[in-house]
Design a protein around this ligand. Structure first.
Ligand code: ADP
Ligand code: MG
Length: 711
């Protein structure tokens, strides 16, 4: 049983004497088993409660921490039901008031009562001359730590001065207070108290688990600073240290993988370019400069006997598919098969049909392999001899991963929309034993720093230019009040033979209600355009039903497509010229940009209408204005990352980001560069990681290999 100051990170919480069995259960239910699990659960943010403001000094719109006394509390009814507390400085019943309001949080009513003292944190808003805070974070101050402080508040003083006179350990107040992500069954307050206690009892010489990236700043000290910082600078410094450890881990894995794959024996998959020239000569347009550069970069890789590992990054509509086709033709002419895997049936078929059209006068074999269509030889006339080694281009879905569909004689593996595939699937596709050249494609533009973070093990080709034949896209913000005008405009585009997307965000939580909302929307538009065929795409449909709906739209049998966000990335209907997005502010910028990429794909001028009720100057509206300003996906990505952080933008499924607690820091180029340099230096000096100091790194690699992340 651990004694004071002897606790170790690896100790089980079970043996810790001051954790009750009820607490233990709650912690374990949240997968917190060891001291390390708890202490590595770092604060989501902090509240600076060192100084508080008197209510009379509050400014509309500012976020503040307050210490207040509850003068009355009860339910209120206006357009919504909410619980309201009227609060002010203690001992000043006739002084200035602030109204704290909780919406949809009935349990708050059970916690709060007249006469309590609260520590409150939130954004002040003025409504009808009243200062209010909606859904503030709050803590009920325990009696014993209230006495001193409220005197200071009443005088508008700084609580710092109170601290000296107060008892030693103020954990929850009068300091910079950590706020943690919720643990069900435990209040932030008791979790904070637990962290405090564990830190007290932690052995003073506790080292960093794994490889220590910054030995000059002891880990034990950084733990204290990240949970209970004495100043904002201290928490910043500690977070940097933790983030560096994480960046390092990620960059080290990438550097290791890169060294393993770089120079790995492969095949020569490009020799002559007869097919390539034939294709280019048959196109009604020229490759953009960026496309031509990317083709040249890929070709140079393919001409070498080493394995290619290249990322082709380009905005929606920049023409990645054509670049990939060029590469596949090179492979076929060199006597190898080239296979492209796409995340959905719709996309695979679309590529297949495009290729069929583009290659129709060429002597190149082409096959389609999807789970639904693989055995249906009517739909795939060119499947004859699929299982032999004669070089061909194969397009398919996950079906390509199954044994009977595995490409034979594979020279080039292309992965479209790579982020839609799991690491294991990608590996399976590539690992045919032939070490094929690999080209992965993504339409998610990300800031360059993140390219290095996420794809550091790949060479990167970027298409940073759109074909010039594109119809212009005009993006405009509109309010629901302008609907009559919008409808008139839609009518004129429909009369001109064009098609329309109408997209709504998923607001309803249950699928059934989503479906109901989608159907209501459909009925509404049927009423507006009774003479027009309208299609409906929503999450409740099966894959076949979705395909059918898309096929109807592509063939222009339906003129308007109502959709929840399931309009697939990569869907190409050049005749669609209007995309109207309902409640556009509910989407992230990158998502809106992807959606907008569905229009402007033909020669027609196109229009993206962002419908929003957000007013000028509100954040939702400012965000949307970015889209009106630019069509550049990289610029939009930068802005999106700035607003939401990479974790939210990319989603945790994105390779390598899943375990990152400090995603906020990943956009800090200096950290990434430093981690990158450190990793390279270690591998230069000790490529096999034989030095005892590098044992934790050997373990890291071993662990990640087991997880299938590197290898
Ligand atoms: P991405 O996959 O990058 O979103 P696509 O490859 O689907 O883009 O290309 C979109 C459309 O642009 C396709 O219809 C394609 O034939 C066409 N296209 C590709 N390259 C060019 C070019 N250089 N000039 C004109 N049109 C092009
Ligand atoms: Mg594409």
């Amino acid at each position: 049983m651990p004694t004071i100051g002897k606790l170790r990170l690896a100790d089980s919480l079970q043996g810790v004497p001051f954790i009750t069995s009820r607490e233990l259960k709650v912690l374990q239910a949240s997968s917190l088993e060891t001291v390390e699990d708890v202490l590595m659960r770092v604060p989501r943010r902090y509240e600076d409660r060192r100084s508080t403001k008197p209510i009379t000094a509050l400014i509309n719109g500012e976020t503040v921490s307050l210490m207040v006394h509850v003068y009355s509390a009860g339910w209120r009814f206006s357009y919504k039901r909410y619980f309201e507390v009227s609060a002010g400085a203690e001992g000043d019943p006739y002084g200035a008031r602030i109204y704290l309001r909780w919406f949809n949080m009935p349990y708050v009513a059970k916690l709060l009562a007249m006469g309590m003292n609260l520590s409150v944190y939130g954004k002040v808003k003025e409504y009808a001359g009243k200062l209010t805070i909606s859904n503030p974070d709050f803590e009920i101050l325990e009696d014993e730590d209230v006495g001193h402080r409220l005197v200071a508040v009443a005088m508008g003083g700084v609580a710092e001065s109170v601290k000296e006179s107060a008892d030693a350990d103020l954990i929850h107040t009068a300091r910079i207070v950590p706020i943690y992500r919720g643990i069900s069954g435990m209040t932030t307050r008791s979790f904070r108290a637990l962290v405090w206690r564990l830190l007290q009892e932690l052995s003073p010489d506790t080292p960093q688990p794994g490889y220590d990236v910054a030995p000059a700043y002891p880990f034990r000290e950084a733990l204290q600073d990240i949970h209970f910082p004495a100043s904002p600078e201290a928490s910043h410094k500690a977070r940097m240290r933790f983030a560096l450890a994480e960046c390092f881990r990620q960059q080290f894995t990438v550097a290791w993988k890169r060294r393993r794959t770089q120079g790995r024996a492969g095949q020569i998959t490009a020799t002559n370019d007869g097919y390539l020239k034939e294709l280019l000569a048959s196109l009604p347009f020229q490759l953009t400069q960026a496309q031509a550069r990317c083709v040249a970069e890929i070709r140079a890789d393919m001409e070498r006997p080493q394995q290619m590992n290249r990322l082709l990054q380009g905005d929606v509509g920049s023409g990645k598919t054509l670049v990939a086709l060029c590469a596949m033709l090179l492979a076929v002419e060199s006597g190898k098969t080239a296979a492209m895997i796409a995340p959905t049936q719709i996309l695979a078929e679309q590529h297949y049909n495009n290729f069929r059209r583009l290659l129709k006068n060429m002597d190149v074999r082409l096959s389609l392999r999807t789970s639904e269509r693989a055995d249906d030889s009517d739909i795939i006339p060119e499947t004859a001899g699929y299982g032999d080694a004669s070089p061909r281009i194969i397009v398919g879905t996950h079906a390509l991963l199954y044994k009977k569909n595995r490409p034979i004689n594979l020279g080039l593996a292309v992965i479209d929309e790579q982020h839609k595939f799991g690491v294991a699937q990608r590996e399976k596709f590539i690992n045919t034993g032939d070490n094929p050249d690999v080209l992965v494609m993504t339409a998610t533009p990300i800031p360059r720093t993140l390219t290095l973070t996420l794809y550091g093990d790949l060479d990167v080709s970027i298409i940073d230019e759109l074909p010039s034949n594109r119809g212009e896209i005009i993006t405009a913000l509109r309010t629901p009040a302008q609907m009559t005008k919008i409808i008139t405009f839609m009518r004129s585009e429909l009369d001109g033979g064009r098609q329309i997307y109408i997209v709504s965000p998923l607001i309803e939580e249950s699928e059934t209600r989503q479906q109901a909302a989608a159907i209501t929307e459909l009925e509404k538009w049927r009423g507006v355009f009774p003479d027009v065929n309208i299609g409906l795409l929503h999450g409740r449909l099966s894959a076949e039903e979705k395909d059918a709906v898309m096929a109807e739209f592509r063939s222009a049998n339906t003129k308007i497509l109502i959709a929840t966000t399931v309009v697939e990335v990569g869907v190409d209907v050049p005749n669609a010229t209007i995309m109207m997005i309902n409640d556009a502010d509910a989407f992230g910028l990158s998502q809106l940009h992807q959606l907008r990429g569905r229009i402007g794909r033909g020669q027609y001028k196109s229009y993206c209408i962002l419908l929003t009720s957000a007013k000028q100057g509100e954040p939702g509206r400012d965000k949307l204005e970015v889209l009106c300003r630019t069509l550049n996906g990289f610029e939009i990505a930068e802005e999106d990352f700035r607003l939401r952080g990479p974790g939210d933008v990319l989603g945790t499924a994105q390779s390598g980001l899943a375990a990152v607690r400090f995603a906020e820091w990943l956009s800090d180029i200096r950290l990434i560069h430093r981690a990158n340099r450190d990793a390279a230096a270690i591998l230069d000096a000790d490529p096999e990681l034989l030095h005892p100091r590098h044992a934790p790194l050997r373990e890291l690699i071993q662990f990640e290999e087991e997880q299938g992340i590197v290898g």
